[in-house]
Design a protein around this ligand. Structure first.
Ligand code: TPP
Ligand code: MG
Length: 759
């Protein structure tokens, strides 16, 4: 540790309201007043100070990175008030994270804390010709030219530097960082070619307060669970401990106490305030992670100067003495001391560099302010949900894997399209066999999916056929299942995670809502995490009752921007929809949800027991379905048109018989099949020829699919057509027969038709 006396007298100016100005002035005064001994100037390859692992060149570059980070912060505080910058959460006090960047590679995927200015400036060095100042300025200015997000968010991100942009939701990136680490290792086992070197690690930084979050704990637990089984998980968790989260202090010593002795999470400490001291410590952690491939926890000591953000006037809620003490721990003062004591810089040179960096940041910011911004909704949404229909169709119908199919299904005669008609569960299983054969990079995983084949045996046999490296059980943690999925996707694989019940998707929803579905948007289409999430869903189960196995809330999925949601009612549709979803993922990088109605898994009959009318021929592998394409039963009928999906389809077909008998109406049933995005034009077209309309929605009344269908009907110009809705109640679902009081039933469909007949 380098002895560091801070030569300030607490002048009146230091009591100022604007702590950014104070911190800025502190640096200048510190250099001007510095009075230590100067050693002989080291050569580039020599230690910057005796005993330090950091050489002179490394120190100079790290110092420059720190200064860039600091002046970006200072610039942001000044230009925010002029409306030239739109973000003031800074990195001041955390600039030591530049060491982590220096000691890792630009191909080590990085998932970064928002205080990563130092890390970024340093990582930029890894590719000559890149300019961290201009790129950051464009991001601060929300310019369309911002290379990270195209002006959608102030976010640390870079495609060439393998920095995947993160959302503002603290800790939400830890599961996918671990997932990416696991994927790096798993690639070899499935013969997948990685986009990064095989010995890469992932870097995941976050704050001390964030480490308490459930999503962080999930990742630590899963990392340890993995390592405990001697499976590799080369993730470097970097906890940037500044001792505070906005205004809440982390109990002193908590991070060390909480993580130092966790089994299978290897703890290292580094002083992020002192480059000379911290460098060797950071290096030990990085080397440990890279060579042992074990989850590694680097506790990086930092501080936070200039408050949480520009809007945080700390002086209003902390004592001046406390603020002053924090400001004295500023790592840039420590770096300045090393710079001067080592003889690498004179005071004039150091202040010259400081001011030149300031000028550079301001010049870049002014330039960024003159660049164009996002000015149309089309521009904003362009990367959200890419869709290239022709390419998706071609991919979905691509059936150039005949040999693999023969091997998977066990010969020509056993190909599913040659077998008698089957029900939903079997045909989903067959389709998944097909898709895993078609896509060697596809993986299927979740709770109980392997040997058991899932709670409903839908995935039975896949584990045997495709082995444990491609079809496997995970730990019981939906957040982590979806984090893993994003990790595999980041590494170019095609994950098919399974969520055991819809209620348990809600438990981990943010991993799709906040994370997976937003990646293309916030990276301006540069990163994508394609995945097809299968969820056993919806009500009417006879075997397994209660709300949590019968949850019918589709709303939470429908309003996730960019998410595709499909819901089949029969096996042949399910097979074709899965092909389309996999093609959407493969071609356009889309995030997809497939809601499998549990109550229809084993349904074989439609009207009478034993009629076998809800079993269908398996569609040959070159058959798929266009996104948004519905299925129409009794197309010519128009006395009544029923819009429905999932369990509603066979229910509506049964009710239609009664209605035809009783009211003499011809009834058309329209299976929407795709619940997000809803095909408004298709709905309006079907409605336009209807004399009466019934919307049968097994989901809940408020904000459910039915509302969207009715809106499409009205906006499509059919608002005058008599219409009724039969829909689930806004309640949780009770156990046993009482469940049917909550959910729509056949009798209610018939009753609604009668009401329409009565006018
Ligand atoms: C899930 C979530 N809850 C709350 C917030 C609001 N928030 C932003 S930063 C922050 C404090 C984080 O503190 P810490 O993890 O220590 O990081 P630091 O800012 O100190 O670097 C909070 C509560 C958020 N972004 N995400
Ligand atoms: Mg903190």
């Amino acid at each position: 540790m380098i002895a560091m006396s801070i030569p300030f007298t607490l002048s009146a100016r230091h009591k100022g309201f604007n702590r950014a100005e104070v911190v800025d002035q502190n640096f200048i005064e510190f250099v001007q007043l510095w009075q230590g001994d100067v050693r002989a100037t080291p050569r580039d390859s020599e230690a910057v100070l005796p005993g330090s692992a950091l050489d002179a060149r490394g120190f100079r570059e790290l110092l420059e990175s720190q200064l860039i980070s600091r002046h970006l912060d200072l610039m942001a505080r000044v230009l925010r008030v002029q409306n030239k910058v739109f973000y003031t959460i800074g990195s001041s006090g955390h600039e030591g994270n530049a060491m982590v960047a220096r000691l890792t590679r630009h191909t080590d995927p990085a998932f970064l804390h928002y205080r990563s200015g130092g890390f970024m400036a340093e990582r930029f060095r890894k590719i000559p010709g890149m300019d961290p100042v201009m790129d950051s300025a464009l991001s601060f200015a929300a310019s369309k030219d911002d290379p990270a997000s195209g002006g959608r968010h102030k976010v640390w991100g870079s495609k060439p530097l393998w920095v995947l942009p993160q959302t503002s939701t603290i800790a939400s990136h830890l599961p996918k960082a671990l997932g990416t680490a696991v994927a790096i290792e798993q690639a070899r086992r499935i013969g997948h070619v990685l986009p990064v070197p095989e010995d890469s690690i992932t870097i995941c930084s976050f704050g001390d307060a964030s480490s308490n979050h459930a999503t962080a704990q999930t990742a630590f637990n899963a990392a340890a669970w993995t390592a405990y089984q001697k499976l590799p998980a080369p993730v470097l968790f970097v906890c940037e401990d500044n001792g505070i989260g906005i205004s809440v202090k982390t109990p002193s010593g908590w991070i060390a106490n909480n993580y130092q002795h966790r089994a299978n999470l290897d703890y290292f400490f580094a002083d992020g305030l002192d480059l000379a001291e911290g460098y060797a410590q950071v290096r030990r952690a990085v080397e440990h992670c890279r060579t042992t491939r074990r989850p590694t926890f680097l506790h990086l000591k930092t501080t936070r100067v200039m408050g949480h953000a520009g809007t945080d006037f700390e002086i209003e809620w902390r004592s001046i003495e406390e603020l002053f003490a924090v400001e004295c721990s500023d790592p840039l003062l420590r770096s300045a001391g090393i710079a001067l004591a080592s003889g690498l810089y004179t005071k004039e040179q150091l202040l010259g560099l400081y001011e030149a960096t300031r000028q550079r940041c301001f010049a870049a910011a002014e330039e960024a302010d003159s660049r164009h911004r996002l000015t149309s909704l089309e521009d904003v949404m362009a990367p959200l949900a890419p869709y290239t229909p022709a390419a998706v169709k071609a991919e979905a119908e691509r059936a150039d894997y005949a040999d693999k199919r023969l091997a998977v299904f066990g010969g020509e005669a056993k190909l599913p399209e040659k077998l008698p008609p089957r029900h939903l569960a079997i045909q989903i299983g067959q389709a998944l066999h097909d898709l895993l054969a078609k896509y060697p990079e596809a993986l299927l995983f979740g709770e109980d999916v392997a040997q058991k084949g899932g709670v409903y045996t839908v995935t039975k046999g896949l584990n045997k056929t495709f082995k444990g490296s491609r079809v496997f059980n995970t730990l019981l943690d939906e957040t982590m299942i979806l984090g893993l999925a994003q990790g595999y996707a980041n590494m170019g694989m095609l994950p098919i995670p399974e969520i055991q019940y819809l209620a348990y998707f809600h438990n981990a929803c943010d991993q799709i809502r906040g994370e997976a579905a937003s990646l293309q948007f916030f990276s301006n289409g540069q990163y994508r995490n394609p995945l097809v999430m299968r969820i056993a869903s919806l009500g009417y189960q006879k075997g397994f009752g209660g709300h949590f196995h019968n949850d019918n809330s589709i709303t939470a999925l429908r309003d996730i921007p960019g998410l595709v949601v499909g819901c089949p009612s029969r096996g042949d549709d399910a097979a074709m929809m899965l092909r389309t979803l996999m093609a959407l993922a493969k071609v356009d990088g889309r995030v997809c949800a497939f809601l499998e109605p549990i109550a229809l898994y084993m349904t074989k009959d439609l009207y009478e027991a034993g009629d076998g009318q809800w079993q269908f021929d398996y569609p040959a592998p070159d058959q798929a379905m266009t996104l948004g394409e519905g299925r129409i039963y009794h197309e010519a009928a128009n006395d009544l048109v029923v819009f429905t999906f999932g369990n509603g389809v066979p229910m509506a077909l049964r009710a239609a018989r009664t209605i035809e008998k009783e009211l003499g109406w011809q009834v058309r049933v329209v299976d929407l099949r795709w619940l997000a995005p809803l095909n408004d034009a298709f709905i309006a077209a079907q409605a336009s020829s209807a004399k009466r309309i019934l919307v049968l929605d097994e989901g809940r009344k408020s904000a459910g699919v039915g509302e969207g269908v009715i809106t499409a009907i009205v906006e499509g110009g059919c608002g005058a057509t008599p219409l009724k809705r039969v829909v689930g109640a806004d309640t949780f679902t009770p156990l046993a027969g009482a469940a049917l009081l909550v959910l729509p039933g056949e009798a209610e469909v018939v009753a609604a038709a009668r009401e329409l007949a009565a006018g």
